[in-house]
Design a protein around this ligand. Structure first.
Ligand code: PMP
Length: 326
């Protein structure tokens, strides 16, 4: 018998899935870590758990306490699930530009949700800054601080990285992932590099993110924008500091659509936009390296979270795109 001891214990150990269509097409083994199979539905369950358990270990979070975070999506969802399972309250600050589905889901799961106007990071009214202030003013509360709390990347250093190493018997040529906080990319990259410094660790980037130019030219600047959610950043967070970036590969929104619809129609995998950027970058790398290489990336969340957007013809049309013919 193998029984998981509750929600938290069911996080991680996700399958590594061979993406058959693109692997056959390129002659490489392109493998997707199925993070959408985490119990809260995304890769962010791992970071949420490590952040909460670190605060417990340090004695910062006590029974009946509150976890506060500024988040637009998956981290908040992961945190609320874990708070429910562990007996904490959860307060989420979210910009009012976020979809009704996400705000409703956070409320349904049991979070106290405060919506604030969407303003830049430097503004004291920014959702991240507001969440920090609320955490400070609330007794027995912690601020999860996913961008700069390195418990986030440690989750991937201690779980995602070792799982990939074990699942591939150490036969990995490259690791690619897009970066939001940078926790997933950096923690996994740091672990894999320690195991084998020859493994290439590469940022998969949407347009509008500054990490691409940071890796390519050492400057934080960006071109264009993207409809993807949860990825891209304009700064180097604590979770990204000292991470081994060997290269960066950029993928357009149009290409992203092609990849997610191909994954759906050819491989039966229903994934979100960041997975389209990840797999797109992995396929570009496979073509560059040539056949015979093993390339690992992540499938961060399910397409179900974007049904009214990336998978909706009218929404796509309003953005100037259409459903690609696959
Ligand atoms: N993909 C999705 C769908 C996400 O929600 C996130 C987290 N914001 C990421 C990728 C990036 O993960 P990380 O924050 O670990 O860089």
């Amino acid at each position: 018998m193998e029984i998981k001891k509750g929600f938290a214990d069911a996080i991680g150990n996700t399958p590594l899935i061979r993406l058959n269509y693109y692997s056959d097409q390129t002659g490489c083994e392109i493998l997707g870590k199925a993070e959408f199979l985490n119990p809260g539905g995304s890769v962010k369950d791992r970071a949420a758990l490590f952040i909460i358990e670190e605060a417990e270990k340090k004695g910062l979070l006590k029974p009946g306490g509150t976890v506060v975070e500024g988040t637009a999506g998956n981290t908040g969802i992961g945190l609320v699930h874990i708070c429910n399972a562990k007996g904490y309250k959860c307060l989420i600050v979210i910009p009012d530009t976020q979809s009704k589905e996400k705000i409703d889901l956070l409320k349904t799961l049991g979070a106290e949700v405060r919506t604030v106007p969407a303003v830049p990071y430097k503004d004291p009214g920014n959702y991240v800054k507001v969440s920090a202030r609320i955490a400070e003013e609330t007794p027995n509360a912690i601020w999860a601080n996913q961008f700069d709390n390195v418990a986030n990347r440690l989750a991937h250093y201690h779980t995602t990285g070792p799982e990939i190493w074990r699942q591939t018997d150490g036969k990995v040529d490259a690791w690619l992932a897009s970066l939001g906080t940078g926790g997933t990319f950096s923690g996994t990259a740091m672990f894999l590099k320690e195991k084998n410094p020859k493994i290439k660790t590469i940022a998969a980037e949407p347009y509008g993110s500054a990490i691409y130019n940071f890796v390519k030219k050492g400057e934080l600047s960006s071109e264009g924008n993207s409809f993807t959610e949860g990825i891209g950043n304009g700064r180097i967070t604590e979770n990204m500091k000292d991470a081994p970036f060997d290269d960066a590969i950029r993928v357009t929104d149009e290409e992203c659509l092609e990849f997610i619809y191909t994954l759906l129609r050819k491989d039966g995998l229903f994934v979100g936009g960041s997975s389209g950027i990840n797999v797109g970058a992995a396929v570009k790398l496979a073509k560059e390296l040539g056949p015979g290489h093993t390339i690992v990336t992540i499938l961060a969340d399910s397409g179900a979270r974007y049904q009214s957007r990336l998978y909706d013809q009218d929404w796509l049309k309003s953005k100037g795109y259409s459903i690609p013919e696959v």
